[in-house]
Unconditional design. Structure first.
Length: 255
């Protein structure tokens, strides 16, 4: 339980020790979701990527509002790295990963780690980030939300409702809430996946543009015909889900 949070560990049978590790944060709009939701996704990334995956059960709004979930996720990564030997992981080969709200939290963890290093503080060295249809903007309504107001799994109204519960009156322009507004220089290389029929699509695709403008190596794939949630609905969308996992596994192996 790094940082006092429950986690679930996925370790391939043939993994060496110390092993590369991917720390995962589930989706759910910051207000719902759990470790079970990410079971299929984490297990497949671990197996196909030949990495240990640690899935973190961070605290949720509205009981725990911004910035508590983000801080939980950072603390979990820091605690894993600090006790890397006990977990059988390599502190020099750490990536973060998340879908939807978890994608927001994954890149915010990278921002927190970078900012601490800039302040001369110890922080985990994060080698890569995997963001699956992430939310990156808490205040402005982006064009894809207007173009796709109603879609499977997630609507534009859901997005705004989740943000209201998560922020609870806090400043949504803070870069740890809306990473699209952050200075992104010095972040680790990123893989960003988006879905064609997703109101969050432009959150991810504008973030790709911002990462590229900041000099961060970034790979982007828009999954055509796909809707939000495909890594959590593998039984309904097996072709897209398996293709997405294969891309993620190849990326983390390369990193």
């Amino acid at each position: 339980m790094p940082g006092g949070l429950p986690v679930r560990v996925y370790r391939p049978a043939d993994s060496a020790s110390p092993a590369p590790v991917v720390v995962n944060f589930h989706g759910g709009g910051f207000v719902q979701g759990d470790l079970d939701q990410s079971e299929w996704f984490c297990a497949h990334v671990a197996r196909e990527g030949s990495v240990v995956v640690v899935s973190v059960d961070y605290r949720l709004a509205p009981e725990h509002t911004f910035p508590v979930p983000a801080q939980d996720c950072y603390d979990a990564v820091a605690a894993l790295v600090a006790d890397a030997r006990a977990w059988g992981i390599d502190p020099a080969r750490v990536a973060v990963m998340g879908d939807s709200a978890g994608g927001n939290l994954a890149t915010v963890v990278c921002l927190m780690a970078r900012d601490r290093r800039l302040d001369g503080l110890d922080a985990p060295a994060i080698a890569a980030q995997v963001l699956v249809y992430p939310g990156t903007e808490m205040v402005d309504v982006l064009p894809s939300e207007r173009a796709i107001p109603v879609a499977p799994i997630l609507s534009a109204a859901d997005i705004r409702g989740f943000h209201t519960l998560y922020l609870a009156g806090a400043d949504g322009t803070h870069p740890y809430a809306s990473p699209l507004r952050a200075d992104l220089a010095g972040l680790p290389p990123a893989l960003v996946q988006t879905a064609e029929h997703d109101p969050l699509r432009d959150h991810g695709e504008r973030y790709v543009e911002a990462l590229d403008a900041a000099g961060v190596p970034v790979r982007h794939t828009r999954y055509l015909g796909a809707a939000h949630g495909y890594v959590a609905t593998a039984t309904l969308t097996p072709r897209t889900s398996l293709q997405a996992v294969a891309e993620i596994a190849a990326f983390v192996r390369a990193m």
